[in-house]
Each structure stands twice: as structure tokens, then as C-alpha cells.
Design a protein around this ligand. Structure first.
Ligand code: BTN
Length: 336
């Protein structure tokens, strides 16, 4: 397994020291003395932090100043380690400027026995994966693209619960922190005014009665604009930037979502965790009570969404029969 977090590296020690005096100058002499660097080494680490996209101002006679940590948008390993440092579950990360898919990265780590909670984040994916083998498109440096490794004590049939937990976490952050009217469409889409802002994909490996590991991947349209979108998604996708008119720094958003997601995942490990999760999801899910159409194995069903089963499947009244869909593509037909 690669050394994903080494908070003792000189670079991260320098960052943490500068972060203690964010937006204030720290003299170079203080940094060299406190951190035991030569002036040359200090300069080298400052350059490396700047290359990660961190804003560090330097003024002769004053020193160095680390600016606006929470407002920085780069997928910087040092910054993300810093933001996740106190997280109970998701406190180890690996950042990629570009990768095929963060799902692949986490699967590889899982097969090398990496511990639960590791997060892979990418600035760009060349083979981003959506549900049902679809391509997940996201231009470089605009959206939040990450996957996490989970080792839940669940049966393979319960994997849908991870999608529901991730959906609840993303929705609450978008709503509470960014005032975005995000709604949950079963099983794993988040919509704003009927347009998709987030997609979630959970995949698991295991035996019929046990999961070895699960990978939950989340793609959020953050600073994506209409100009960045292909014709195929223009009318069906949106982003925080489109909804709110301003950009949002992705590392902070990532840490907020992981913080919320971890509370759902840690709750799931408790006795009544599954019930609690299902009851929150049933309350928040915008699909329940709607007229919907469901595509499953090339067959289309139209009916009313009635509820969610213990395994996170959707109960739909189709004509006079209640049908249960474990996984399917749903379209909301009309307002409730
Ligand atoms: C969907 O709605 O179809 C699910 C999309 C999931 C996309 C995310 S982006 C980060 C992670 N890496 C991937 O390749 N896919 C997921």
C-alpha cells in the first residue's frame, strides 16, 4: 500500500506551522529555527506547497503567509490531509491530479488490505464511471470526484444502504452549508430543480453472505458551468455554481461531506443504525409519493412510489400490484 499519509513530512510540518498563523506573516527565521530547516530547504518546501496550488505570499523582511486555507480550490494532498486531520473515519487520503477513476484506485487499495476510511480524490478522471457502466463526465478541475473504502458489516444485499447514507450526507451539506435545494431521487441521485447535481455509485466485493469491502464513489458538480457541459447533459445537469452563482472550494466541501457521511457510516455499525438510516432516508427521499417510471432490464413500469424496504429497495404500486425494485433507473413524472 502506498504511504498515503505521512503527516511528519517536512512539507506538511511546514504547512501545519503556517496554518497556525493563517493570513499572518511568519518570519523565515522562525520557520527555519522551529522546523529545523536550512533556508534552502525552506524555500524548496514553500515552492512544493505552491505547486500543490496553495496560496503562500512572501515579502522580504516579513516572511511567509499562508492565505485563505478554507477558500483554496486545489486538490492538494497537504491541504486535504489538513482538513481531514480530526476526522474519526475518513482521515487518510490519496490525491491524484489525474486518474482513470477513483473507484479503481480504491479497489486496488482494498485488494492490498488498506484500512476502512481511506479516500481517493481526483482533479480529473479519464474513465469516470457512472451506474450501469455509463461514463461519468467531468471536466478537469471543476467538480468534486472521490471514492471511499468501506468495510461494513453488511450483507451484499444491503449495499444500497451505503448509497442512501451517502445521499443523505451530500444532501444535508448542500442544503445546510450552501443553501442549495437538493433533493434525493432514489436510489442515488441528487437533483436540484429536477437537474442532477450529484451521482453516487457503491460497488462491493465479497461472498454471498458477507462483504469484504465496498467502494462508494461520489461525483458532485461544483464549479461546472453550462459552457463546460456537452449537449447531452445541458438540460439534465446543474452545479453549485449554476445554482448559486459563485464558485465553491472543493477541499472544504469534501471535508464537510466526509464529516457528515462518517456519522451515517459509524451509526450503521450500531445496533439500531440501519433503522435510523432508513427512517431518515424515508423522511427525506423526494421519490416517495411521486408518480414515477422505472426502467429495469429494458422494461418500463409506471406507478406510484410508496416506500423503501429494509434493504433500501423501492416499493412501487404498479396498477394493483406492489413491486419491489432493488436497483433501477427512476424518472420523476410529475410534482407530488
Ligand atoms: C451515477 O450517477 O451514475 C454515479 C456516478 C458516480 C461518479 C463518481 S465520480 C467519483 C467516483 N469515480 C468514478 O469513476 N465514479 C464515481
Amino acid at each position: 500500500m502506498p504511504d498515503t499519509i505521512d503527516r511528519t513530512t517536512s512539507r506538511s510540518r511546514l504547512f501545519e506551522y503556517l496554518a497556525l498563523s493563517e493570513d499572518e506573516f511568519v518570519p523565515g527565521s522562525v520557520l527555519t529555527e522551529k522546523l529545523g530547516f536550512t533556508r534552502q530547504a525552506l524555500f524548496k518546501h514553500i515552492c512544493a506547497l505552491r505547486e500543490e496550488g496553495l496560496k503562500i505570499t512572501s515579502v522580504p523582511q516579513k516572511g511567509y503567509m499562508l492565505n485563505n486555507i478554507s477558500g483554496t480550490d486545489s486538490i492538494s494532498q497537504t491541504l486535504i490531509d489538513h482538513l481531514l486531520r480530526d476526522e474519526p473515519l475518513f482521515n487518510r487520503s490519496i490525491c491524484f491530479p489525474t486518474i482513470t477513476s477513483t473507484q479503481h484506485a480504491i479497489k486496488r487499495l482494498a485488494q492490498q488490505d488498506a484500512p476502512e476510511g481511506i479516500v481517493a480524490v481526483a482533479d480529473e478522471q479519464t474513465e469516470g464511471r457512472g451506474r450501469r457502466g455509463r461514463f461519468w463526465h467531468a471536466p478537469a478541475s471543476k467538480n468534486l470526484l472521490f471514492s471511499v473504502l468501506l468495510r461494513p458489516d453488511l450483507k451484499p444485499g444491503d449495499v444500497q444502504l451505503l448509497n442512501l447514507a451517502a445521499g443523505l450526507a451530500v444532501r444535508s451539506v448542500l442544503k445546510d452549508q450552501y443553501k442549495v435545494d437538493a433533493r434525493l431521487k432514489w436510489p442515488n441521485d441528487i437533483l436540484v430543480n429536477g437537474r442532477k447535481i450529484c451521482g453516487i455509485l457503491s460497488e462491493a466485493a465479497g461472498e454471498p453472505d458477507r462483504i469484504y469491502y465496498a467502494v462508494t464513489g461520489i461525483g458532485i458538480n461544483v464549479n461546472f458551468t453550462e459552457e463546460d457541459m456537452g449537449e447531452d447533459v445541458k438540460n439534465i445537469a446543474t452545479s453549485i455554481k449554476i445554482e448559486k452563482g459563485h464558485t465553491v472550494p472543493r477541499p472544504l466541501l469534501l471535508s464537510q461531506i466526509l464529516h457528515s457521511f462518517s456519522s451515517y457510516i459509524l451509526d450503521l455499525k450500531k445496533m439500531d443504525g440501519k433503522e435510523k438510516l432508513l427512517s431518515s432516508y424515508r423522511k427525506e427521499c423526494d421519490t416517495i409519493g411521486r408518480e414515477i417510471s422505472v426502467m429495469q432490464d429494458e422494461e418500463k413500469f409506471t406507478g406510484t412510489a410508496l416506500g423503501i424496504t429494509e434493504q433500501g429497495a423501492l416499493i412501487v404500486k404498479v396498477g394493483e400490484v406492489e413491486k419491489i425494485f432493488a436497483a433501477a433507473d427512476v424518472t420523476h413524472l410529475r410534482m407530488k
